[in-house]
Design a protein around this ligand. Structure first.
Ligand code: ATP
Length: 247
């Protein structure tokens, strides 16, 4: 298992237990989504994978190694995390942001080729190469954030609500990119408010209920058989159009 979260408890300060006993796994090459209502603990789980928030108890391992604060720097080189606020450098240009995405890489020739590949994937970034990133639209900034994350050549890509607040056409574009990345072999853990779209594209989906408890996991068809999940979501995942790209 590439990512294994085992019975994780995560606390903010002395009183807020945001995640209580979540377990989830992501295998190499899988596209896995986390869906659930606001405050369910989805973002907290991604932050814990990155070592940004500490585990109270339980374990998170990446390729067999713990992702705690001590191993943070090694893990960071293999996991790319696009946070909800995108985390781009707003004062720098698009080009500078992209070059920084690969700043830890020594293989500068391969990096240049990778930047070129991302400019093919996201043509708007080529168009705005010299533009200050803070002046891009939300959708353009999201494309920059994903492109930059990919320049690390991660083994696992964590995306936190990449379509939040974006126009429908950009939402489609981002989902297309996510599906294509999966087809290219990228392993992806996606936090998504749009449950239907997430169910459509994912190999497996975890339904998370506050405080960070997994109500169910599986394909849309499998989740549709779980009454607690249907009740929580307010619709049956079985009614969601199946994903066509799944092996
Ligand atoms: P959303 O879909 O709204 O982003 P989420 O499922 O990602 O929600 P989290 O952001 O993980 O949920 O939050 C889980 C719980 O932890 C919530 O009750 C939230 O208020 C709380 N929480 C999150 N961050 C902090 C923090 N820095 N300090 C204190 N409590 C926090």
């Amino acid at each position: 298992m590439l990512l294994d979260i085992d019975n994780a408890y995560i606390q903010y300060g002395p009183s807020v237990m945001a995640v209580q006993g979540a377990s989830l796994q992501v295998a190499e090459g899988e596209l896995v989504s986390l869906i659930g209502q606001n405050g369910a603990g989805k973002s907290t789980l991604l932050k814990a994978v990155m070592g940004v928030v500490p585990l109270h108890s339980g374990a998170i391992t990446f390729d067999g190694s713990p992702t705690d604060a001590r191993s943070f720097s090694t893990v960071r080189q293999r996991i790319s995390y696009v946070p909800e606020d995108r985390g781009i450098f707003t004062k720098l240009t698009v080009g500078e942001n992209l070059r920084l995405g690969g700043v830890t890489r020594r293989d500068k020739k391969a990096l240049a080729a990778d930047i070129e590949r991302e400019l093919e994937r996201f043509p708007v970034l080529r168009k705005y190469w010299g533009k200050t990133a803070g002046l891009l639209s939300g959708g353009e900034q999201q494309q920059l954030a994903i492109a930059r994350a990919l320049l690390l050549r991660p083994r696992l890509l964590l995306l936190d609500e990449p379509t939040l607040g974006l126009a429908p056409i950009i939402v489609d574009l981002i989902f297309d990119v996510v599906v294509r990345l999966r087809e290219e072999g990228m392993t992806i853990l996606l936090v998504e408010q749009n449950a239907v779209r997430a169910l459509e594209v994912s190999d497996r989906t975890y339904v998370v209920q506050a405080p960070g408890r997994v109500l169910g996991c599986g394909s849309a068809a499998e989740l549709g058989k779980l009454p607690a999940v249907v009740d929580y979501l307010g619709f049956s995942p079985s009614d969601v159009r199946g994903n066509s790209h799944v092996r």
